[in-house]
Design a protein around this ligand. Structure first.
Ligand code: SAM
Length: 290
């Protein structure tokens, strides 16, 4: 069944009396090239476990199941579950979970799936055409929970992908760029115009691959302090760091000035110009002075 075909989507909807839910971010993919590219760039192997977020009617799920040892698809909309059972009936290596991905305990899910077809699991690949309304919370949950995934290949709103990819000095560089780049390297996979979705969203999309770093890019004495500094810095991004960091951990302006001098960072700089290494130097100095 060509699940990417708009005709199939329409037939499935009619047969099951299914209505698209805007609030669940349901925009289904209809472009075979993009689907193939997501699967190819996910580098899925036969001993791999794929976790898919938001399978919809199963277009990516079926393609992933061809390449993977096992696919676990997590879908919140219970109206899609009978549809998925039907569209994915040909595959015996797919498990469908009807739940909110934000409520999933990934650690225990991975523990239950250490063996794939009787073999030790190789890699964990997360994929998904993410629902736009919770793209950032999903990414941050996976990263902050330290889900033992090797790669995360996801379709998301172009504007959010641009923020994730952004480098210091650019307008889109912010707390999300720093956080994601701390945990992962980021690669552009494909651009996806809004016309390839049913129903058509208002914005274009981008597919990116996040490769989870085996080693962190900077040495931190405290991750908590690092993220607190990043948050405070970008919280008032128009202000100089001297001003935006005043008050953090009760530090006075003079104390922040000393910290910045020790870390070798000009106090008139703004957060959007700081590299990961500079944020780390600042956070480590604050930690040492406390
Ligand atoms: N993968 C399908 C495709 O590419 O055609 C559907 C993608 S659609 C953009 C997003 C999917 O995520 C929908 O099926 C939606 O019901 C599901 N979804 C929305 N919120 C979710 C959540 N919190 N947890 C799991 N799935 C969710």
């Amino acid at each position: 069944m060509k699940l990417y075909s708009p005709t199939t989507i329409s037939e499935v909807r009619k047969k099951h009396g299914f209505h698209f839910s805007k609030s669940l971010g349901q925009n289904f993919l209809t472009d075979k090239n993009i689907i193939d590219k997501i699967i190819e760039k996910s580098m899925i192997g036969k001993e791999d476990l794929v976790i898919e977020i938001g399978p919809g009617i199963g277009v990516l799920t079926a393609a992933a199941a061809e390449a993977a040892g096992k696919v676990i698809a997590i879908e919140i909309d219970r109206n899609l579950i009978p549809i998925l059972r039907e569209t994915l009936d040909d595959y015996d290596n797919i498990e469908i979970i009807n739940n909110d991905v934000l409520k999933i305990d990934f650690a225990s899910l991975l523990e239950q799936n250490e063996q794939i077809n009787g073999q030790k699991r190789e890699s964990v690949r997360i994929i998904g055409n993410l629902p736009y309304y919770i793209t950032t919370p999903i990414i941050m949950k996976i990263l902050e929970d330290r889900v033992k995934a090797d790669s995360i290949t996801i379709m998301l709103q172009k504007e959010v992908a641009d923020r994730i990819k952004a480098q210091p000095g650019s307008k889109t560089y912010g707390a999300l760029s720093v956080a994601v780049q701390y945990y992962c390297t980021v690669a552009h996979v494909a651009s996806a115009p809004k016309e390839i979705f049913v129903p058509q969203p208002k914005v274009d999309s981008t597919v990116i691959r996040l490769d989870v770093r085996k080693e962190k890019p900077v040495i931190l004495s405290s991750e908590e302090t690092f993220f607190a500094v990043v948050k405070a810095g970008f919280g008032q991004r128009r202000k100089t760091l001297l001003n935006s960091l005043t008050g953090i951990y009760g530090l006075t302006k003079d104390e922040v000035a000393v910290v910045m001098a020790t870390a070798g960072i000009d106090p008139v700089r703004r957060a959007e110009t700081l590299s990961l290494e500079e944020f780390a130097a600042l956070a480590n100095t604050i930690r040492a002075e406390r």
